[in-house]
Design a protein around this ligand. Structure first.
Ligand code: ADP
Length: 461
């Protein structure tokens, strides 16, 4: 059942219960009030007649009847033997037939059908001077019944009109409030059918629940759209990056196959090219695999790791390398235990140190430091290399982004290193930042939360 119908029915049901209670109460109270005042009226007349009879001569009964009879109210006076002494003129015979029995039950109210009309009767016995031994005052209830019927009709009609108006209003309001939801559903169905997330929902101007839903839905579509665009760019960049080394490998391999008389130096050059490009391909595929694993969340569980030991050993290993290049040294190093996957953090250090080596001249310096403050470990890799141009800085963590080769001295690379570095840092709940000045050097700072209870935090670097 649609929500708008359910809402309308709920409103209608609640109102129906409230109206039923109110109408019943009103009807019962009005009926009780009318009947009580009617009883008071006929009993009062009977008692006033009795009081008058105490002081009036018997022949004045005709006057008493005149005074106390009125349209709808009849009076009968009877003697001790039940015979009529006097009565309201024009009364039906039936009334007289009953009055004898009534006198026997003096002091009570009766409801009696007389000649098709409902009468409320009050009978009062008396002893004292005069013939009159009993007084009966009766009131025709037709008037009260008419008033009550009119009231009932008004209440029923009012309740039905009220209910219909409220149910209709609830339906219209719910339909208006929920129309953006319908639109969201239709848009979502269209996107599901076409796979295109470029469509947007027309968000209502008011920021109520539905407005927020529409706005959030649009944000979600924008995020999906951006994600798809990134994915497309990634696939196209990856294909492009893979094609270049493959073309070189194939060209050189074809050359070696076709020409058997190729001079030994050229053969060697071709084989070297193949080897270099194969290594580049391997790095690229490793990088893509690392990113894909991290995107899929297929990672080992993190464990407490003595970061100071890892930093010290990585720097020492790089410094002991045979290739010529800048000096790599360890600066201030405080003990720090973080929750991370050891292989991944090692990979992070290798990326940062190898980048520093690539972009720092041989007479330059690379320094790694590790400090702790306010529950965080700060790992820095500083170099005195070529630096990064301000226009490149915002992009260097993007996948496949490489700064202008003229600036980067044509160093080999895939543009995936820093993207992987950022993923690794974020996996461990940390942040990576860069500060650089072209021509003076670059500093990468990694901020990682310290493990709550370091198992062997003491120790040195
Ligand atoms: P690459 O494989 O090109 O090194 P990265 O993602 O590791 O890819 O780095 C992206 C770009 O950031 C590099 O092309 C380079 O221009 C710049 N870069 C990274 N580290 C440094 C550094 N230490 N000094 C200067 N430039 C750097």
């Amino acid at each position: 059942m649609p929500i708008r119908l359910r809402l309308a029915l709920w409103c209608g049901s609640i109102l129906a219960v409230a109206l039923l209670g109110f109408s019943t109460l009103t009807y019962v109270l009005v009926e009780h009030r009318l009947r009580t005042s009617d009883d008071d009226q006929i009993a009062g007349r009977a008692h006033r007649i009795a009081a008058l009879l105490q002081s009036t001569a018997p022949q004045s009964t005709a006057r008493i009847i005149r005074i106390f009879s009125s349209p709808g109210v009849d009076v009968v006076l009877v003697d001790a033997r039940g015979r009529t002494v006097d009565r309201t003129p024009g009364m039906g015979v039936a009334f007289e037939l009953f009055q004898r029995a009534l006198v026997a039950e003096a002091g009570r109210f009766f409801d009696q059908e007389l000649g098709g009309d409902r009468y409320r009767l009050y009978a009062l016995g008396r002893s004292g001077p005069g013939r009159v031994a009993g007084i009966v005052v009766g009131h025709d209830e037709a008037e009260i019944d008419r008033v009550l019927r009119t009231l009932l009709g008004l209440l029923v009609a009012g309740c039905i009109a009220c209910l219909a108006a409220v149910v209709a209003a609830a339906w219209v309001l719910a339909s208006r409030a929920l129309s953006p939801v319908d639109q969201i559903t239709r848009t979502a169905a269209r996107i599901a059918a076409s796979g295109q997330s470029t469509e947007r929902v027309r968000a209502p101007t008011r920021l109520d629940e539905v407005g927020r839903l529409a706005a959030t839905f649009n944000q979600m579509l924008a995020a999906i759209d951006a994600g798809q665009a990134t994915q497309r760019r990634f696939v196209s960049d990856a294909s492009h990056e893979l094609r270049a080394p493959l073309t070189t490998i194939r060209g050189n391999a074809d050359l070696l196959l076709i020409d058997s008389n190729i001079p030994p130096e050229e053969r060697r050059d071709a084989l070297e090219d193949i080897s270099t490009e194969a290594a580049r391909l391997t790095r690229l595929v490793d990088g893509l695999l690392a990113l894909a694993r991290s995107d899929a969340g297929a990672l080992q569980p993190p464990e407490p790791l003595a970061l100071h030991e890892l930093v010290a050993s990585s720097i020492e290993r790089i410094d002991r390398r045979l290739a010529p290049g800048p000096r790599v040294s360890l600066g201030r190093c405080e003990p720090a235990v973080v929750l991370a996957v050891p292989d991944r953090l090692e990979q992070l250090l290798i990326i940062l140190l190898e980048n520093a080596l690539k972009y720092t001249p041989a007479d330059g310096l690379i320094v790694g430091t590790l400090e702790t403050a306010r529950g965080l470990a700060y790992l820095r890799v500083r170099d005195t290399g070529i630096g990064i141009a301000p226009e490149d800085l915002p992009h260097i963590f993007e996948r496949f982004y490489r700064a202008d080769p003229a600036r980067t001295r044509g160093q080999p690379g895939s543009g995936l290193g820093l993207a992987i570095a950022r993923t690794i840092v974020e996996e461990s709940g940390g942040r990576i930042a860069v500060a650089s000045e072209p021509g003076r050097g670059t500093s990468f700072t990694i901020q990682l939360p310290l493990a709550a209870r370091p198992p062997h935090a003491q120790g040195d670097c």
